[in-house]
Ligand binder design. Structure first.
Ligand code: DAH
Length: 343
């Protein structure tokens, strides 16, 4: 009898399982109300008096080891079930979510679009690889015109190889021509885009940059309309409406002007960026030359209009105090991250 109990003790010791059902079956077999232990305890009275002590101790040992086994195995499977759960460890600290930022060029471009769309301008686009007609000739810059030198051009193919010169557009004024060729007045459009010039890269200039072109064509458009539009723009964009128009020259506008805004001389940076004058040049503009209207088959007797063009980098550098234009092209995350808070 005692041997039987010892055998059961070592069976209990060796028992292993990862199944919940098997643990339960084990528990019922040993500790259940009709289990082995119950039967053995019932036999206690039949055991010889001198053996009772050993038998009793052995039975208690069996009972304890069966109980321990059940709780040990149950604990094991409940732990492993937790780690296998779909949610993983729910107490683990969350991983940070990295938010991107808009590029300052996009931020400024969107602001300019926003300001002009409020007064009825739509957005137009044209190709970056352009032909000579749209970039120069139609804009009143015929071949050998000296003003072509103002814009050092990257040529893609010269006319010896192809029918017409192909080049990287030097300004977004080319989109004016495309828009006028394809649309009838009244026209109110702005054309943001990338432009290219064969220039040395420095802190102030780059061979790639961005412009926004504006064009307004209708009956009875006057220089006063242009000026009022510019005042509206500078007020909305910079919160400053004091501007001055300096006579200038562009082949595609007559008369032409350069627009300066009064930036002020409050801070040291104001002195620096305005070279101590308080005035800052922000764009070129003028009344569309009748030759340009003729080149795009718009009746120059009936219609007139104004145009303007501005550089986005220059404005971004101004608004965000960026000291070097190259920072806008290097995509250094430490620089770009700083625009997270701007929409
Ligand atoms: N296209 C000129 C440039 O790149 C900017 C410009 C000046 C555009 C006067 C215009 C304008 O439409 O009227 O420097």
């Amino acid at each position: 009898m005692l041997d039987k109990v010892h055998k059961l003790i070592s069976e209990v010791k060796d028992f292993k399982t990862t199944s919940k059902d098997e643990i339960e079956a084990f528990r019922i077999k040993y500790l259940g109300s009709k289990g082995l232990l119950k039967g053995l305890f019932a036999e206690f009275k039949n055991v010889d008096a001198e053996l009772r002590k050993d038998f009793g101790q052995a039975l208690n040992k069996l009972k304890n080891s069966a109980e321990d086994k059940v709780s040990e195995l149950s604990k094991l499977i409940s732990n492993s079930a937790e780690t296998k759960s779909n949610y993983g460890d729910l107490t683990r600290p969350a991983e940070p979510i990295e938010l991107g930022a808009r590029h300052p060029i996009s931020i400024v471009k969107n602001q300019i679009i926003d300001v002009f769309s409020r007064i009825g301008f739509n957005i137009s686009e044209g190709p970056e690889i352009e032909d000579d007609w749209h970039n120069f000739t139609a804009l009143n810059l015929p071949e050998y015109h000296p003003a072509r030198d103002m814009q050092d051009t990257f040529f893609v193919e010269k006319s010896s190889q192809v029918e017409k010169d192909m080049l990287l557009r030097t300004h977004t004024s080319s989109v004016q021509i495309r828009y006028m060729e394809n649309n009838k007045p009244p026209i109110r459009t702005i054309s943001p885009g990338r432009v290219f010039r064969n220039e040395d890269i420095s802190a102030r200039s780059h061979c790639i940059f961005h412009q926004v072109e504006g064009l307004y064509i209708d009956t009875d458009v006057s220089f006063a309309d242009l000026k009022q539009t510019l005042i509206y723009f500078t007020k909305e964009m910079f919160g400053k409406s004091k501007i001055r128009l300096r006579p200038s020259y562009f082949p595609f506008t007559e008369p032409s002007a350069e627009v300066d805004i009064y930036w002020g001389l409050k801070t040291e940076t104001d002195y620096k960026i305005t070279k101590g004058t308080g005035w800052l040049e922000i764009m070129g503009c003028g009344m569309v030359d009748p030759n340009v209207l003729k080149n795009t088959n718009i009746d120059s007797e009936k219609y007139s209009g104004f145009a303007f063009g501005m550089g986005i980098e220059r404005i971004a550098m101004l608004l965000y105090q960026i000291p070097d234009i190259r920072m806008l092209f290097e995509n250094d995350i430490r620089f770009l991250e700083q625009f997270k808070s701007v929409i």
